[in-house]
Every structure is written in structure tokens, then in C-alpha cells.
Design a protein around this ligand. Structure first.
Ligand SMILES: *Cc1c(COP(=O)(O)O)cnc(C)c1O
Length: 443
């Protein structure tokens, strides 16, 4: 393990990051190409990354961090894993994209279907947004219905139909979360609180739904698990009312269990969205499900969906190498390290006497500064986010990079060994002490 250079002083050099971000702000809205990177959730100046290796990243100022964001989930083997780099080098010598079928697409699809046999057929796309948006279209076409039901706090990418928030935990007509989404479209997306099966039942019996979409474990409003029986209840309600059940496994897929949510909960969805891990850091996502549903997609069916770079060999190689290396043993190892981290953080919070809850499933994890387990987004919002912000900055200053928002999940990789976990827990303990001693005005 490399000795941290700034753990004791808990100070960072930031000059080059600041200079690049100043230029970036003249070129990109907020200086970033995806909003959460701007650190709006924690305040302060984002750092600019120079490189990553294994569990670590280094910024352009030379600061080193143990990384628990991992590109927001894809990097299940850690940064720059040799097995992926070698595969990319091998494949790109022959060209990076053709817009013509290649064998690698079939290989990656086979590998996914081995672990998720309910994806009898699939279609590769380039982002989770595309996968979820294509599923909405397919579900509407298959059922002949227009309404979707999603859960407050679940993120399914930024397509118009999904940028809709709930009205205080009860069924409401959707209100757009973003200007530019027509009310006429947002009205077709209904929302209710995560884990509120009664609300789902009421809505599904009132309104003919094309689909019920869910993050099987939520990662986009903090880490939230379904209560026992919730997934089974969704399956029953979908079956009884003719809605399709859609698992958005863009984040959970190949993380919460070796075979994803179906294996974890014993509930099989009609359609599934995948992304993140299946590209191993390259732009790959997919949607799939039962053959008779997927055959409705063009060109076998009338539901149009296409992509110039979809399934390109370079991206497929990244996914293949990643899933190939992610054996059951490797998955179990990452899960064990995640359990160690989560338990260590619980112990840390107990030592400091801070209200805290933390949990994990496989290699996806999260925590709230709140005593009781969080079961929906409204509860998540009652956690101490001011303490989180101070904790985030103190952790960063000590060389641990946590997601820059109280409402994002954390991840673990195969490159996080005992040394990294021990160092992380040491640094986080010190960070929590500092966060508790700092006045909120610091931020
Ligand atoms: C990340 C994410 C998406 C969007 O994927 P992009 O590749 O960022 O478009 C969709 N759904 C879930 C559950 C996600 O976590």
C-alpha cells in the first residue's frame, strides 16, 4: 500500500484542479458533463482527476484517494484493471466501430444471459438512459397503455418520462422535475413512495399501467432496500393488472448478487435494464427480457430503436473482460470486503455516538446519518446532510473519496484489499471526529 501523503495534515493542494475547473466552467455548464460532478451536493470545488489504478485515483494536484465512487458503479474490478486494458488493446487494433454485427456482441449477450437467464433476448445501447427510455417505449407498445409508475427517488436516466417527482408519497399526477419536459408527457408518469405497496396497488387498479419500473435496491436517493415482500407484491400486482414489471438494474446488475436482483429477491421481471458494470467503464447498457417481448423491437417488430455505436466491439470487449473476471469467487470476495467496510463504519459511528445506519448488498452499499433504517426517499431526506457534507470533505482531505452527495450509493471493487479497507476505516474515523468538531458554517 502506498503511504498517504496528506493524512496527517488533512490538507490538499488544489491549484491545478482549480485552474482547470475555471477553464471548464467557460466551456461546460457548471464546468462538468454530468451535474453531480460539480459537487453541488456537498459544496466546494471538485477535483480534476489525472489517473486511476486499482482502488485508487490521483488528482492533477497529486493527491491520492481510495475511491468508493468507481465512476458511479461500473468499475467493479477497480481502475485500469490489466485484464480489461489488454482486451481493449487487442480489440481496438482491428477497429473500434463498424455499424456491422460482430461476434463480440453475441459473446457478451451470452455471458449476461448465463447469469440472468430471464434476459432471453436483449439489445445493446450506449447508456442507461437509452435502456430505460427504450423499455418505456416497448412496454407502452406491448401493453397498448400509456401510463408508467415509478418510485419517488428512483432514477432511470434523464429521458423525459422519468424526470418526474412524486407528490408527498401519494399517487399524484406527475409534475416535471425539469423545465423542458412537456406536462402532457409528465402526466403519464405516476409516482409513489418506495416500499408503499398499498399505494402501488391503489394506483395500478385505478390506472391501466404499461409498466411498473423500479430500482430493485435504490442507489439514487441513498442506499435503500425493499422491505420483505415488496418485490413479490409488485410482481403480483403487475400480473393481476396487466402491467409489465421492469427492473432497472443499471446500478444493481452484477453488484447486489452474482445474478442480480432476480437472484437476490427470487422475483423475475418482464424487462430489465442493465448498464454500468456490463461495460466495465466503457459506454455500454442493454435492455432485455422475454423473447416474445423483445421480438417486438425493430427489425423483427415495429417498435423502433437504434444506435450508431450500439454494441461496438471496443465497448463489448470492456464488458466481456469485466464480466469474465467477475467470477462467483471474485463477487463473494468483493461482497466480504463491503461487509467489512460497512461494519467498520457502524462501529466508527458508535464510537463517536452519532446516529447512523448503513447497509450493503453485494458490492453496493450506503449509509445515512440517521438512526433508523431508511425505507424511502422522504425518510432519507431526514438524515443529517450537514454532517454528511462535513464528513465528505474531511474524508476527502484524508484521502478517501466518497460519493459527493448524501443521496448516492457507494461501491466496492475487487481491488479494495484489507490494506485499503483498514486505511479507509482509520481515515474515516478521523474524518468523523473532525466533522463533528467543525461548525456547519465551514461549508
Ligand atoms: C446510472 C443509472 C441510470 C442512467 O444510466 P446512464 O448510463 O447514466 O444514462 C439509469 N438507471 C439507474 C438505476 C442508474 O443508476
Amino acid at each position: 500500500m502506498t503511504a498517504p501523503t496528506f493524512t496527517d495534515s488533512a490538507k490538499l493542494t488544489t491549484a491545478r484542479s482549480a485552474e482547470i475547473m475555471a477553464r471548464a466552467r467557460t466551456r461546460f455548464p457548471g464546468g462538468v458533463n454530468s451535474p453531480v460532478r460539480a459537487f453541488g451536493g456537498v459544496g466546494g470545488e471538485p477535483f480534476v482527476v489525472a489517473r486511476g489504478e486499482g482502488a485508487r485515483i490521483w488528482d492533477v494536484d497529486g493527491n491520492e484517494y481510495i475511491d468508493y465512487v468507481l465512476s458511479w458503479g461500473p468499475l467493479v474490478l477497480g481502475h485500469a484493471p490489466p485484464v480489461v486494458l489488454e482486451a481493449l488493446q487487442r480489440v481496438m487494433k482491428n477497429g473500434t466501430s463498424f455499424g456491422i454485427p460482430t461476434g463480440l456482441e453475441v459473446e457478451l449477450a451470452d455471458r449476461i444471459a448465463q447469469r440472468m437467464p430471464h434476459l432471453e433476448m436483449m439489445r445493446f445501447v450506449s447508456s442507461g438512459t437509452e435502456a430505460a427510455m427504450s423499455i418505456a417505449r416497448l412496454a407502452r407498445a406491448v401493453t397498448g397503455r400509456d401510463h408508467l409508475l415509478k418510485f419517488d427517488g428512483c432514477y432511470h436516466g434523464h429521458a423525459d418520462s422519468f424526470l418526474v417527482k412524486a407528490g408527498s408519497g401519494v399517487a399524484t399526477l406527475g409534475l416535471p422535475n425539469s423545465p423542458g419536459v412537456p406536462d402532457a408527457l409528465a402526466e403519464l408518469t405516476l409516482t409513489c413512495a418506495y416500499n408503499d405497496l398499498e399505494a402501488v396497488e391503489r394506483i395500478a387498479r385505478q390506472v391501466p399501467l404499461a409498466a411498473i419500473l423500479i430500482e430493485p435496491i435504490v442507489g439514487n436517493s441513498g442506499y435503500i432496500e425493499p422491505l420483505p415482500g415488496f418485490m413479490e407484491g409488485l410482481r403480483r400486482i403487475a400480473d393481476e393488472t396487466g402491467a409489465l414489471l421492469v427492473f432497472d438494474e443499471v446500478m444493481t446488475g452484477f453488484r447486489i448478487a452474482f445474478g442480480g436482483a432476480r437472484e437476490r429477491f427470487g422475483v423475475t421481471p418482464d424487462l430489465t435494464a442493465l448498464g454500468k458494470v456490463i461495460g466495465g467503464g466503457l459506454p455500454v447498457a442493454a435492455y432485455g427480457g422475454r423473447r416474445e417481448l423483445m421480438e417486438r423491437v425493430a427489425p423483427t417488430g415495429p417498435v423502433y430503436q437504434a444506435g450508431t455505436l450500439s454494441g461496438n466491439p471496443l465497448a463489448m470487449a470492456g464488458g466481456l473482460a469485466t464480466l469474465g473476471a467477475l467470477t462467483q469467487d471474485v463477487h463473494d470476495g468483493i461482497t466480504a470486503q463491503t461487509a467489512r467496510l460497512v461494519q467498520g463504519m457502524r462501529d466508527m459511528a458508535a464510537r463517536h455516538g452519532v446516529p447512523f445506519s448503513a447497509s450493503h448488498s453485494g458490492s453496493m452499499w450506503g449509509f445515512f446519518f440517521r438512526e433508523d433504517t431508511v425505507t424511502n426517499f422522504d425518510e432519507a431526506k431526514t438524515a443529517d446532510t450537514e454532517l454528511f457534507k462535513r464528513f465528505f470533505h474531511a474524508a476527502r482531505a484524508r484521502g478517501v473519496y466518497l460519493a459527493p452527495s448524501a443521496f448516492e450509493a457507494g461501491f466496492m471493487s475487487a481491488a479494495h484489499g484489507d490494506a485499503e479497507i483498514d486505511a479507509t476505516l482509520d481515515r474515516l474515523d478521523s474524518a468523523l471526529g473532525a466533522a463533528l468538531n467543525t461548525s456547519a458554517s465551514r461549508n
